[in-house]
Ligand binder design. Structure first.
Ligand code: HEM
Length: 454
């Protein structure tokens, strides 16, 4: 039963409640910015974390993953979310992705999260913009375009490919992704460690090397001040200097990691498609037959590897090496009626277009022959685009093509167990891509393995 006092208080409480609701609506109306109606649909997820955990959840790399599949079917190919600590627009729309990439520095700008700065180093090209980016990029582009077709570089790619395969001679199994990572890292170090003689670092290493060499030919007497003792110390210094350089350079691992991932996915798809492998082998056999025994490959040979190039492009489309890139909107942008608010993070998902049935026929089918259609190049962005188009694209392809040349001529392989590529979002293999390998005896004459002239 209500007491009379409580009944007396009822109208006051009711008036207070109505007052509070009114104050809330007035404050909301005047002080809280209304969300524009043309923002893409979506969910901002949990406070602070947003939807980042779901967005980064590992999935088979030849699929979109359940997060994107569910969000696209619920909200459409462009949706809003809260990712990496910011309100964000995610785009799985190829047209919008291309528009974002082409409008770098005008409407959008590269914007990687703080954590990435620590890993890449603050002068990494991907993290700088404007004039500094222009300068760094022009140095990189001219260095890469000069070296990619240089006989010395091509020779070094071929030599290293052969030595990797030589090391497999007595083996029946290889963890291929590990081998591919070593191959591309060694290639990069060989290239990057050719330090110019005028650099202080070069003279320091040279001095240590001379001390080391002197000690090398002296009595191994480890007493303080002896040439041997000095050499031991010099050796330690050389190794730590090199380690320092390697550590520094490893930070800029954009190139070597992605190239090894490319090699691994090509080998993975070839392992599943023997008909493609046969065609690829025919192309390389024809190239080898036109050369003298032991003659190294050159740029013209690479240009003849048309089917190889299509296999590589198709593996990039189906395997999805780089899933998405980070941008931010520099101003309010309206595209296809959607608003992308100024300051928001923008994530073009490059892999979405690769697997979009409205862009490609049977997108999940690995079919290198679809690349006979010249228009295919406009339907994918595996190397990004615009001002930040990957300067290493051709370099990665030539490394992969030369490695494949020797691989298909010298070995057969089978993928062991149920290994498959995973997008974490960087590419990984469940079991490191464990292969059962067998030398191809029938190609003994064409094989360059063991040719010392190379
Ligand atoms: C299959 C191999 C590769 C793939 C799939 C790949 C992919 C990409 C993508 C998507 C971007 C654009 C990033 C963005 O827009 O934010 C990029 C940029 C870049 N890539 Fe690659 N890349 C590969 C190999 C290489 C190699 C071999 C090198 C170096 C020799 C390299 C060096 C770079 C650099 C320096 C950038 C930054 C460019 C800039 O910001 O202007 N990449 N790469």
């Amino acid at each position: 039963m209500f007491s009379s006092t409580m009944i007396g208080l009822l109208p006051i409480s009711l008036a207070l409640l109505i007052g509070l609701v009114l104050v809330y609506f007035i404050l909301h109306f005047f002080f809280v910015k209304q969300e524009p109606t043309n923002l893409p649909h979506g969910s901002m997820g949990w406070p602070f974390f947003g939807e980042t955990i779901g967005y980064l959840k590992p999935h088979k790399s030849n699929s979109m993953g359940s997060f994107l599949e569910k969000h696209c079917s619920r909200y459409g190919k462009v949706f809003k979310s809260h990712l990496f600590g910011c309100p964000a627009i995610v785009s799985c729309d190829h047209e919008l992705n291309t528009f974002i990439l082409q409008n770098e520095e005008r409407l959008f700008q590269s914007s990687y999260p703080k954590a990435v700065h620590g890993i890449l180093g603050k002068l990494s090209m991907m993290l700088v913009s404007g004039e500094l980016h222009k300068k760094l990029r022009s140095v990189a582009v001219s260095f890469i375009s000069m070296s990619k077709s240089m006989p010395a570089f091509l020779h070094s790619v071929e030599k290293l490919s052969i030595s990797v395969m030589e090391s497999w001679k007595e083996r029946r199994e290889v963890v291929f992704f590990k081998e591919a990572k070593e191959f591309t890292l060694y290639l990069m170090l060989r290239h990057l460690l050719s330090i110019e003689p005028e650099e202080t670092l070069a003279s320091k290493i040279l001095e240590d090397f001379l001390t080391f060499m002197k000690g090398f030919v002296s009595l191994p007497l480890n007493v303080p001040g002896s040439p041997y003792a000095k050499a031991v110390k010099a050796r330690t210094r050389i190794s730590s200097t090199l380690k320092e350089i390697i550590k520094e350079r490893e930070k800029d691992n954009v190139g070597y990691e992605t190239t090894s991932a490319l090699l691994a996915i090509v080998v993975y798809f070839l392992g599943q498609h023997p008909n493609v492998l046969e065609c690829l082998k025919d192309e390389h056999q024809a190239i080898r037959e036109n050369k003298k025994y032991g003659e190294p490959l050159n740029w013209e040979d690479y240009k003849q590897m048309e089917f190889t190039s299509n296999v590589i492009s198709e593996a990039l489309r189906c395997g999805n090496v780089v899933k998405f890139v980070h941008r931010k909107a520099l101003q309010d942008v309206t595209f296809k009626g959607y608003l992308i608010p100024s300051g928001w993070k923008v994530l073009p998902v490059l892999t979405a277009a690769n697997l979009d049935p409205s862009v490609h026929e049977d997108p999940s089918e690995f079919n290198p022959w679809r690349w006979a259609d010249q228009a295919m190049n406009r339907k994918v962005n595996p190397f990004g685009g615009g001002l930040r188009l990957c300067p290493g694209a051709e370099l990665a392809k030539v490394e992969a093509a030369f490695f494949l040349h020797h691989l298909v001529l010298n070995y057969r392989w089978k993928i062991k167990g149920d290994d498959f590529p995973i997008s974490c979002p960087y590419l990984e293999f469940k079991r490191g891509l464990l292969l059962e390998i067998e030398p191809r005896e029938e190609n003994g004459k064409q094989s360059l393995i063991g040719v010392s002239s190379l």
